[in-house]
Design a protein around this ligand. Structure first.
Ligand SMILES: *Cc1c(COP(=O)(O)O)cnc(C)c1O
Length: 382
């Protein structure tokens, strides 16, 4: 694909450095860090993000599937990789071949992995996933002790980690604290039985920020490492650094840009774009931008979101098309074809954030960044 289409995502990897080091400062030097790079590094690019994290000294990378793990190994990534999701029992073989660590929630997968490892005279690394209330995957906590005891007896499996996940860290503090407590007491009970699992983890981004007791000895922040806020309505985080409560800002990696490819002046009372979902109320200058839902910009932001042109906020008017969208630039001076428009990011003093778009679209910032399409050009700032 050529790069004539002027629509691109800029990923500033220096901000990844900043956010990663901030996590490190928050959790302290003794606690290890796993960064989830699933779904193309939250849409930021699986390989560039992972390689940068390797350089930064990340302890573990987290992926959703075997396939993502294979892509990383083939790209030369050597850090440990945990597959956070469940796999099908028939898909064991690449786990060993690519030195991936598997999250285990069922006896079936554990036994298949043990057999496969035995036949190759290998040792399979696993992290036991404990369900403390998410009800997505994991062995239910009430059954976890016996389950783990049994797996600990398998010759060709090494239980390197144990983890759980929070479904409501934003919505329900008491419930989340209860999960941390349940998880902690399970670890204690296992220790008393002589089962010492080296890595214990529970904290997603919100765990890192709001639940110090969830840090155990490894944390798994995703969103905040990409510079986005894991809670609605905040634009800084309040954390303890060097025993002092401070407010700090995260630095988003992503800027989404395009260019104006056409400008026209539309008189009052005219419809704009498909379905005439926007009717001009006055003479309106319309800039057509080379970006649409085919690039991952959500169509449901039609008539809702703003972009930045000439340092000003310009409203997206009319239905967003597959390849184009229109912005009202009436009153913005000196706008010309070929000029840059920022869809996510800053221009002078103005900014549009992924969080703002998520709120307008009725979704979460995770989905905004993950959905960015393959048609965009990707520019990495080192
Ligand atoms: C994606 C993921 C995370 C990261 O969550 P954030 O909210 O992005 O910090 C942590 N743990 C598991 C199991 C995940 O799948």
């Amino acid at each position: 694909m050529t790069n004539y289409r002027p629509s691109w995502a800029e990923i500033d990897l220096r901000n990844l450095d900043y956010n990663f080091r901030l996590v490190k400062k928050i959790v302290g030097p003794k606690i290890k860090i796993l960064v989830p790079v699933k779904a193309h590094g939250y849409g930021h690019g699986l390989i560039p993000v992972s390689k940068r994290l390797e350089k930064l000294g990340v302890d573990y990378l987290g992926v959703a599937s075997i396939d993502e793990g294979i892509v990383l190994r083939n790209a030369g990534v050597t850090k440990p990789i945990l597959i956070l999701g469940s796999i099908l029992p028939g898909d064991i073989e690449p786990i060993l071949r690519y030195r991936l660590t598997q999250a285990i929630s069922t006896m079936d997968v554990a036994e298949k992995l043990n057999q496969a490892a035995r036949s190759e005279n290998a040792l399979a690394l696993v992290h036991i996933k404990v369900d403390t209330g998410m009800h997505r995957m994991g062995v239910y906590y009430e059954e976890a002790y016996n389950f783990i005891k049994y797996i600990a007896g398998m010759d060709n499996i090494r239980i390197e980690g144990i983890f759980t996940h929070f479904p409501c860290a934003e919505e329900d503090t008491d419930f989340t604290k209860k999960q941390i407590e349940i998880f902690g007491s399970l670890i204690k009970r296992l220790e008393e039985a002589g089962i010492n699992i080296p890595l214990r983890h529970a904290a997603n981004s919100l765990g890192v920020i709001d639940y110090p007791l969830s840090h155990f000895n490894l944390v798994r922040p995703g969103l905040m490492v990409y510079g986005l806020y894991p809670k609605q309505g905040i634009d800084s985080i309040s954390v303890k650094l060097n025993n002092k409560k401070v407010n700090v800002k995260l630095r988003p990696l992503l800027t989404l840009k395009t260019k104006i490819v056409h400008i026209n002046t539309v008189s009052a009372g005219k419809g704009v774009s498909y379905g005439y979902a926007y009717i001009t109320s006055r003479q309106t200058r319309i800039a057509t931008l080379a970006m649409g839902y085919g690039d991952g910009y959500p169509r449901c932001l039609s008539n809702k979101a703003y972009c930045l042109i000439g340092g000003r906020r310009a409203k997206i008017v009319g239905n967003i098309c597959m390849d184009q969208m229109m912005a009202d630039i009436t009153g913005i001076k000196n706008v010309a074809v070929g000029q840059e428009a920022v869809l996510i990011g800053r221009q002078d003093k103005e900014s549009v954030t992924a969080e703002e778009l998520a709120q307008l679209a009725g979704t979460i910032p995770y989905e905004i960044v993950c959905d960015l399409g393959t048609r965009l050009s990707w520019v990495y700032k080192e």
